[in-house]
Design a protein around this ligand. Structure first.
Ligand SMILES: *Cc1c(COP(=O)(O)O)cnc(C)c1O
Length: 474
């Protein structure tokens, strides 16, 4: 080993040990964070000395300072929000990505980082049912994937009416209207805001009892906006119940009115990988753009989202950046032609590794396993004394609610009680759930996206919730 390797070895070996201790299922560690803000600050906020510190000491002390300050979202009993873990191959490839430390903005710096995106992008399109001719970009997450896709929508819609947004900006341009449902994720309005299209131009249309945008509502809105450039944003898996809009009806309707259709499929698009759930996405292949995440259901470490655009030329025209000092590829993929970033992490490696570890069947099994565990958790918790199932999972998301046993308790009391039960479950350290408000009522979200969640985890968590409910009834 040469001197450079020696200089790195000690720090990396220390990190490997700490990582394995964090990841390996230590059943008795609390799933949620346990540290107070004051304690976390006191531990982290050491003096930045004049003299540097030995790398191993830095790593050891960093890990010691984080104790209780991270969620154990890498394990099988974390069901909050929609958060996946990391597959072994994906985490290892992510480490190699840091070791290689490539600026994956252009082909010339790293042909490997460029070609791995070409290949992983092709695999993703196949798995997700997106047309093979669509372009794509590897970005930080679904939020930036929305920004990427909606920037292309903005460019393409305005180009159709003779307005060059790249040259002339938005001041004085025709207004673009955005039609979506009340069940949209907050990242859509934020993307619209960042792109200067104005949140005030979003119309949130009514959804039915199953969270699906009502076609007649969209039709009325499209007629109202006749003659204006319009983006329609549809959901493949909404955050509360994993609802899928009726793509086969809505997309042709939107297209008839000349609208651009964007699909937010942050986790739901993965249903396409399973023959059992693929029908939920029927017609989604007709959209103009799609977004999803790698860091949720695919179990790639964080910093992994994907944008796909049917009109590759419009995508490139929106994003491409040419500079005289850069060596541009004539054949290979320059990632800056497709992403909003310039210097960037070579994030294709981790996705490539995750997909290879799982294979097609493995991805389908991951999706089906998570859905089965979500159904078991929701139905079994919902059947407990003092609990009620609000939404039986169609995919990997469901809702339960807890009823205040006090005499005469009404909806308000049940809402408050539900929040108290969720907090009490989290306080046991056995599992982590998050709350939400759905159809005007507080609920506990049950979201299963981790490849590690097992039957034993489900048993343990149901027993934990049963115990909490019994204790709270006294
Ligand atoms: C998580 C999520 C997003 C945002 O994705 P990020 O990866 O956090 O940027 C958008 N839409 C839906 C439906 C989501 O669940």
């Amino acid at each position: 080993m040469n001197e450079t390797a020696v200089a790195f070895e000690a720090a990396l070996t220390a990190a490997l040990g700490h990582a394995l201790r964090h990841i390996s299922a230590d059943d008795d560690l609390p799933v949620g964070p346990t540290v107070s803000l004051a304690a976390m600050r006191a531990r982290m906020d050491v003096a930045l000395g004049d003299a540097g510190v030995d790398p191993v000491v830095v790593v050891d002390e960093l890990v010691a300072a984080t104790r209780g300050g991270n969620s154990r979202s890498v394990g099988g009993r974390f069901f909050g929000w929609v958060i996946g873990g990391s597959l072994p191959a994906a985490l290892a490839a992510d480490w190699m990505t840091s070791a290689w430390d490539q600026n994956a903005g252009i082909y010339a710096i790293s042909p490997a980082a460029s070609v791995v995106e070409d290949v992983a992008g092709k695999w993703l399109k196949e798995l997700l049912g997106i047309p093979a001719t669509a372009s794509f970009a590897f970005v930080t997450g679904c939020q930036m994937a929305h920004v990427t896709c909606l920037a292309v929508a903005r460019y393409a819609l305005l180009e159709r009416v003779g307005w060059d947004v790249n040259r002339d900006g938005l001041a004085g341009s025709p207004v673009i209207r955005i039609l979506t449902s009340t069940e949209k994720h907050g990242t859509t309005p934020r993307a619209i805001r960042l792109l200067g299209m104005g949140e005030g131009n979003i119309a949130s249309l009514a959804a039915d009892a199953e969270g699906r945008l009502i076609p007649a509502e969209l039709e009325k809105a499209l007629e109202r906006e006749q003659g204006k450039p319009v983006v329609v944003v549809l959901q493949a898996g909404d955050l509360n119940i994993g609802a899928f809009d009726d793509f086969a009806t809505l997309i042709p309707l939107a297209k008839k009115h000349g609208a651009w259709v964007h699909v937010d499929g942050a986790f739901g698009l993965w249903a396409a990988a399973s023959s059992r759930y693929r029908h939920l996405l029927a017609g989604a292949e007709l959209a103009d753009s799609w977004t999803t995440d790698g860091h949720k259901w695919l179990n790639v470490p964080y910093d992994s989202g994907y944008a796909f655009v049917a009109d590759a030329a419009a995508h490139r025209a929106t994003m491409s950046q040419r500079s005289a000092y850069i060596t541009h590829a004539s054949e290979g993929r320059d990632q800056i032609d497709w992403t909003p970033e310039f210097s960037r992490r070579a994030r294709g490696f981790a996705t490539y590794a995750a997909l290879r570890q799982l294979g097609r069947r493995g991805v389908a099994e991951l999706v089906e396993r998570c859905c089965a565990h979500a159904a078991a958790l929701v139905m079994r918790i919902g059947a407990l004394d003092g609990a009620e199932m609000l939404w039986r999972p169609q995919i990997n998301q469901g809702l339960v609610r807890f009823l205040d046993p006090a005499e005469g308790a009404g909806e308000r009391e049940h809402d408050a009680y539900t929040d108290r039960v969720v907090a009490a479950i989290v306080a046991t350290g056995e599992a982590l759930f998050s709350g939400t408000t759905w159809c005007g009522r507080r609920a506990m979200r049950v979201s299963v996206s981790n490849w590690q969640t097992s039957d034993a985890d489900v048993e343990r968590v149901v027993a934990c919730v049963k115990g909490v409910l019994e204790r709270m009834r006294g």
